[in-house]
Design a protein. Structure first.
Length: 223
């Protein structure tokens, strides 16, 4: 089968210099800085295949799809509380009064050492400000955390956890415009730092695959 487009198979390990093909994961010496060595390669379109490399991050695509949707679904085997708080605050800032974020997890979110969750856009009533100040909580440092708490109290954030001997390992992010599936957990490593492989299906141009991943919306509602 002929291979066309952005990808061409690279040389086998130990055979560098036999042709002019670009470096790939099989031709790069694993003892070197792999990310640096691969940064100059011709990678696929980031919008279609979100990855973390050469200044691109999965987070920029996935977060935009989720935060811009009225009823986003986040399915992740592993997640980090800091990433979840940042995302929910972003979603709240975009004002979805009749929507809800649905989160389906396979494990308890990883904790964070961050102590700053400030926001330049979050707005609270004077009553809310006085209440939290009386509790000794700084809105300047904790605004995003309070946004997440308000989303939970208002029924706009619903979280589920699949427990038992069969664990959830999937990573699927479904928004109104597109859905992404792949290897990226909802952590800083998965969304920005590690070598990841994901595929994003646009609702209009790839409707069949987008609708196929929509089955997870039903699972998220029923879990």
């Amino acid at each position: 089968m002929a291979v066309t487009g952005w990808w061409q198979p690279g040389p086998m390990p130990g055979r560098r210099g036999q042709d002019d093909r670009q470096e790939d994961l099989f031709s790069v010496d694993p003892s070197t800085n792999t990310m640096h060595a691969l940064a100059g390669a011709a990678w696929p379109p980031h919008e279609a295949f979100p990855f973390n490399l050469a200044g691109s991050a999965v987070r920029s695509v996935v977060r935009a799809d989720l935060a811009g949707s009225t009823d986003p679904l986040l399915v992740a085997g592993y997640s980090a509380i800091g990433e979840l708080v940042d995302f929910v605050a972003d979603w709240e800032d975009r004002h979805h009064p009749h929507g809800a974020v649905r989160v389906l997890l396979g494990a308890e979110p990883f904790p964070t050492n961050r102590y700053r969750f400030g926001s330049a856009t979050a707005a609270f009533t004077e009553e809310v400000q006085r209440y939290w100040e009386a509790q000794g909580v700084s809105l300047r440092l904790s605004a995003k955390v309070l946004q997440a708490l308000e989303a939970i109290d208002g029924g706009r954030l619903r979280c589920r956890f699949i427990h038992g001997s069969t664990t959830l390992h999937a990573k699927i992010y479904v928004g109104e415009r597109a859905a992404t599936v792949g290897s990226s957990n909802f952590t800083a490593a998965g969304l920005a730092l590690q070598i990841e492989a994901n595929a994003r299906f646009d609702r209009d141009s790839d409707a069949d695959r987008y609708q196929g991943l929509g089955a997870w919306v039903r699972i998220g509602n029923e879990a």
